[in-house]
Design a binder for this molecule. Sequence first.
Ligand code: SF4
Length: 191
Amino acid sequence: MSEFCPEVWPEDPVPSCQTDCQECGLYRQGSRMIWGEGNPKAPIMIILDNPGAREDRKGNPMVCGTRQTLQQAMHEAGLTKKQLYVTYILKRQPVRAYDKEKTRAICMQHLLEQLAEQNPKLIVCLGNVAVQAFFRNSELDVKGLRGKSHLVGEHTVTAAYHPLAARRRPNLYPLLREDMQFVAARIREIN
Ligand code: SF4
């Protein structure tokens, strides 16, 4: 692995009209709303299931394990920070049990607004939760979709392993890197 140091990416602020969103009830669990991070004008939009921690217990900015592994794989695939924007199916991190299907369906409205506004050239869903929510099909998985482009509405979408899965099962890391290499090649073609 090449020498690489993960870093805190700039957070994309929540639009003022959305900061008090209480639509699905998840706000009661107390986690703050995170709209996204990285370059909002990037050609590639990465979609995770939900945000991880961005601050440690003392409130200092930190890069969680998921983002460390994601940034590492992107770096090894030759992708740059400027090319990437990361967002989530759920804009808040759940901390207790919740109605997954209903909550995802409600919060997805925010993602649809982001897509309409940002219009990325390529979308990458990381992990089965993001895949199933975004494709609206609970039978799909990363394994079946990775390494290819798919059309969802007018959007070009691919899938990749979740960085946390690759962290927990190191044999998956080379596959995540391969997924990011596919993303890098695809965006070069699109451009
Ligand atoms: S999870 Fe999404 S829909 Fe639910 S309260 Fe938070 S921002 Fe609103």
